[in-house]
Design a protein around this ligand. Sequence first.
Ligand SMILES: Cc1cc2nc3c(=O)[nH]c(=O)nc-3n(C[C@H](O)[C@H](O)[C@H](O)COP(=O)(O)O)c2cc1C
Length: 115
Amino acid sequence: VAKPTLQIIIASTRPGRVGPSVAAWFHDRAVKAGDFEVELIDLAEVNLPMFDEPKHPRFGEYVHQHTKDWSATIARADAYVFVIPEYNYGYNAAIKNAIDYLNREWQYKPLGFVT
Ligand SMILES: Cc1cc2nc3c(=O)[nH]c(=O)nc-3n(C[C@H](O)[C@H](O)[C@H](O)COP(=O)(O)O)c2cc1C
């Protein structure tokens, strides 16, 4: 049986951020635990623009290649760990933007992701 896939998502994007160090610490432990295929995702590398899709993401009718790529990335995982900074008493803008791009991709997919 294939292991479920866990993605560790680095949410901060600023120069000098500590997010990658925290994520690397967790990544090491998640790999050693052995229960998941573990992937590191860095929102600074994904580099999504501010949300620019015309339709609600629940339709999955994306017009931009960056959205299609982001959809494929998130759809292949079963579980997510977000490494999020606290900015002004809340989560940072990049993670909210990245979440809002997609809908069903984030949800429980016991039968796999169906487009
Ligand atoms: C714009 C900004 C706002 C911040 N606001 C808070 C805050 O409200 N509460 C807090 O405890 N720390 C706050 N901090 C400190 C960050 O949590 C800390 O710098 C942390 O390292 C940020 O993660 P990052 O290095 O991955 O960006 C803020 C930092 C920045 C840059």
